[in-house]
Design a protein around this ligand. Structure first.
Ligand SMILES: Cc1cc2nc3c(=O)[nH]c(=O)nc-3n(C[C@H](O)[C@H](O)[C@H](O)COP(=O)(O)OP(=O)(O)OC[C@H]3O[C@@H](n4cnc5c(N)ncnc54)[C@H](O)[C@@H]3O)c2cc1C
Length: 532
């Protein structure tokens, strides 16, 4: 017998929430449903505020589904003596491992050292002739462990040449001296954002996707609310709130890129991710990977791997823009809270949270809420430090029950492990769907662990409104499937149509939209770099 506390985000809840947005007064309006906005909404709701969050497309449809999926301190900032930045991120890594144990997991990294290597893989510094680099690297790794303090995952260790090759057999062995192993963590960025959205909703936040803030309502120069357009119902609403937080990510500042000399090969879900480049193609709403990006990455991949990979080995590609803090001074009074991110207050009262990274979303939200609480003259409590995300409660116990019951329902160990990693304790709700309708246990794609029940769950609990939401964000099928979901979109749309009562025309039009978006992405990969 399983009992799971659920707070559903179905399409009827969305409709209900829209009417609340139009009729109620809120304490806090959060604009943007990426990881930052979701984190702010959760922190605000957990501190007792009446919260609304509106997202113009889908949750995590911006940069928050396009990261390298690492929950990390950022080892490359050490040579810049950015100790506070690294410490902050390492602490947040530890808090996230504790608050979402099913969704965030430790991952070991191997740093190979080659003879005459002046830029060891992953470390953007050099010494004259490369002398003493091993020692410097070791000092850096000691520091990395030390800065994590009690949150450290496991101490780094030195590897002999044979040890490096045993752990990473595909590496080029010629010139390999030795190496190091250190630990960070990884997650599924879109699912993390969804877990935050669900937890915020559970705490009382009123949340809608496909709802865009089009302008502000101001009185005597002070912002009182926002005009909001419901892109699905094609209606306009007026939303009033005492505090308005702009968490629009890259839409807040000019996009910039960081030094991308670190090249990551990260095992993730059923595949491996390799990146990143520092070019940008496509507009802010549609960043794309270009052919140059792919050629560049393959060149470096083949330099370090003993096997030769070609474009045929690439299943999918994605790109995103980083919302970095602009080095220029922004207008209005600026409260600089850390070197990674900034909370900006404009004279109109608008609060903007910029910079940071996925790993530090919680700290960014906490600093934002501290600004609002100071305005209100209330005490600064930090409840999210130990607030489990949706799916975490009772997780280790539920995990073994899940395996037993899942096996009885005929689910493979791969699917059960996938359900646990993505839904945590809530995976039992997917099993309940299968009990009611055994056809929902079927795989969507033969060589991936996704099942039909996930489509239903996404519609009833996670506000999935289009096939793209299901295929690109509730699941990662567009990344993991060689056909990027084109072979399964009809089936997904048919399942969704019953949930949302779509007409045949609506269903077909949504399938066509998905197909066009994927085909445009594939076409972009075949041509040169576009506008940055
Ligand atoms: C290539 C790459 C790799 C990265 N890798 C990592 C990593 O491994 N680890 C890590 O910690 N960080 C990483 N980052 C950084 C991290 O991904 C970002 O810092 C984070 O996702 C930003 O989240 P956000 O919510 O601020 O922005 P977004 O995710 O872009 O969210 C902003 C949201 O606001 C919405 N919006 C915009 N305008 C409006 C409006 N008018 N009304 C309503 N909604 C609106 C958008 O639709 C969007 O969904 C990476 C970034 C990039 C680009």
């Amino acid at each position: 017998m399983f009992v799971v506390a659920m707070h559903s985000l179905s399409s009827s809840v969305r409709a209900h929430n829209l009417s609340k947005l139009d009729s109620e007064h809120f304490d806090v309006l959060v604009i943007g449903g990426g990881v930052t906005g979701a984190g702010v909404a959760l922190d605000a709701a957990a501190r007792g505020y009446r919260v609304a969050l509106v997202e113009k497309i889908d949750f995590a449809s911006g940069t928050s589904s396009k990261s390298t999926k690492l929950v990390h301190g950022g080892i490359r900032y050490l040579p810049n003596f950015d100790f506070s930045l690294v410490h902050e991120a390492l602490v947040e890594r530890g808090i996230l491992l504790q608050n979402a144990p099913f969704l965030v997991s430790p991952v070991p990294f191997v740093l190979p050292m080659y003879k005459g290597d002046r830029h060891p893989v992953g470390m953007p510094f050099t010494t004259p002739g490369g002398i003493g680099l091993g020692l410097l690297l070791r000092m850096g790794l000691w520091m990395y462990d030390g800065l994590a303090g009690r949150y450290n995952i496991k101490r780094h260790r030195r590897l002999k040449r044979e040890g490096v090759l045993k752990l990473a057999p595909a590496l080029v062995s010629e010139g390999l001296k030795d190496g190091y192993m250190y630990y960070d963590a990884q997650t599924n960025d879109a699912r993390l954002t969804m877990a935050l959205i669900r937890t915020a909703a559970q705490q009382g936040a009123v949340i809608t996707n496909y709802t865009e803030v089009t302008s502000f309502i101001s009185e005597q120069g002070k912002i009182q609310g926002a005009r909001v357009h419901d892109r699905i119902g094609n209606q306009d609403l007026l939303l009033y709130a005492r505090h308005i937080v702009n968490a629009k990510g890259v839409f807040s500042v000019l996009p910039e890129t960081e030094d991308k000399r670190i090249l990551f090969i990260v095992p993730w879900e059923s595949r491996a991710i390799f990146g990143t480049t520092d070019t940008g193609s496509g507009d802010l709403d549609h960043p794309t990977a270009s052919r140059e990006d792919i050629v560049y990455l393959l060149k470096y991949l083949n330099r370090y791997l003993s096997v030769t990979l070609t474009e045929d080995n690439i299943i999918s590609s994605y790109a995103g823009y980083r919302p970095l803090v602009s080095p220029r001074k922004a207008g209005g009074s600026t409260a600089r809270v850390s070197r990674t991110h900034a909370v900006l207050e404009s004279p109109s009262g608008l609060v903007t949270i910029v910079g940071g990274k996925m790993t530090t979303y919680r700290r960014m939200a906490q600093d934002t809420l501290d600004v609002l609480k100071r305005r209100d003259g209330s005490p600064l409590l930090h409840p999210t430090q130990s607030l489990p995300l949706q799916g975490s409660a009772g997780w280790p116990v539920v995990q073994s029950e899940l395996e037993k019951k899942g096996a009885m329902l005929g689910l493979s160990p791969q699917t059960l492990s996938h359900l646990g990693r993505n839904y945590g304790a809530e995976a039992v709700a997917l099993l309940e769907l299968i009990v009611d309708d055994p056809s929902l246990a079927q795989l969507l794609i033969d060589d991936l662990p996704y099942i039909r029940a996930e489509v239903i769950f996404a519609c009833r609990q996670e506000m999935a409104m289009t096939p793209y939401d299901v295929l690109a964000r509730r699941t990662s099928i567009t990344l993991e499937d060689r056909r990027r979901g084109l072979g399964v979109v009809d089936e997904v749309a048919a399942l969704m149509a019953k949930e949302h009562q779509w007409s045949p025309d609506q269903q077909q039009s949504l399938v066509d939209t998905f197909r066009s978006a994927i085909e445009a992405q594939i076409a972009a990969e075949k041509i040169g770099v576009g506008v940055a």
